[in-house]
Write a protein that binds this ligand. Structure first.
Ligand code: A2P
Length: 269
């Protein structure tokens, strides 16, 4: 059957909106990232998401929203995903290999974009888990460094290994021929773990509330005159961060009405 399937698939009609996988990396037993060829006509703003997926057993597309993790100038589109063993999509998506095809609906949308924020001095990217994906794009966007004096990326994960994707990316930026010079020392990376010992432990929300984040970074507080924020993580995280930012006087923005912060839920399963 195996051989028959493989032979058939070479003759099978192409998927609608097919994109060919070029690279897959497994970071932990819960996390993987992959790249696909970028459709020639696809333009997107850093921070946006697209619908991607596979054909379901019923022959219908099984699609989920995925933030584009690659920068808008890259030739490939990168995605960062959780693996849910009984998840309808990710139980299968985690097995993709270079050369395979996925479905990619070429209509990027989303609220985690520079256009939804008013000008400010500092920008904060607050992420948990796979919520770092849109920021993986935004920290490679020249506009991030043109628009702000300081850029902060916080990432809270359960374990140290779950930070690897983000840490490796941040470390690679200083040597990046395209963006390295712009990044300079403007970008501050603030990783935390909650379930495994690491140099900085605790939820970032706790570290904000008890003042640790401010004292470690030498900042007085968040304020609407200086700070802009983008939040991407679980529903509970997003709600807690919203309360913190609203409490500091920041208002939620949108594409149609820019303000001081924006929120989006990370893909969950
Ligand atoms: P915790 O271990 O305390 O639940 P997950 O892998 O479940 O998506 O979680 C990713 C990270 O987000 C975990 O470190 C988790 O911490 C943290 N987290 C979950 N909910 C919140 C929240 N409401 N505020 C801050 N961090 C959270």
């Amino acid at each position: 059957t195996q051989t028959a399937t493989q032979t058939d698939s070479t003759r099978a009609p192409a998927l609608p909106d097919a994109a060919t996988v070029t690279e897959v990396r497994h970071w932990t037993d819960r996390l993987f990232s992959f790249k696909v060829e970028r459709p020639r006509s696809l333009r997107f703003r850093s921070g946006e998401f697209v619908m991607i997926g596979l054909l379901g057993d019923n022959g219908k597309p099984l699609l989920r929203a995925y933030s584009i993790a690659s920068p808008s100038w890259a030739d490939e589109l990168e995605f960062y995903s959780i693996k849910v063993q009984d998840g309808p999509l990710t139980s299968r998506l985690q097995h993709i290999q270079p050369g395979d095809q996925i479905i990619l609906r070429p209509k990027p949308v989303g609220t985690l974009v520079h256009d939804a924020l008013l000008p400010g001095k500092r920008i904060w990217f607050f992420a948990t888990g796979t919520g770092i994906a849109p920021f993986a794009s935004l920290i490679r966007d020249p506009q991030t460094y043109e628009d702000y004096e300081q850029v902060y990326l916080t990432h809270t994960c359960r374990d140290v290994a779950e930070l690897d994707y983000g840490r490796e990316l941040v470390e690679s930026l200083k040597d990046d021929p395209l963006i390295g010079e712009m990044v300079g020392d403007k970008l501050t990376y603030y990783p935390t773990t909650t379930r495994e010992e690491s140099p900085r432990m605790g939820r970032v929300t706790t570290l904000i509330e008890n003042g640790t984040l401010f004292s470690e970074l030498g900042i007085a507080d968040f304020g609407p005159a200086t700070d802009r924020a983008m939040v991407c993580g679980s529903l509970a995280f997003n709600m807690d961060m919203k309360a913190i930012l609203e409490g500091a006087g920041l208002r939620e923005g949108a594409n149609s009405e820019p303000a001081e912060y924006v929120v989006e839920k990370a893909f969950v399963g």
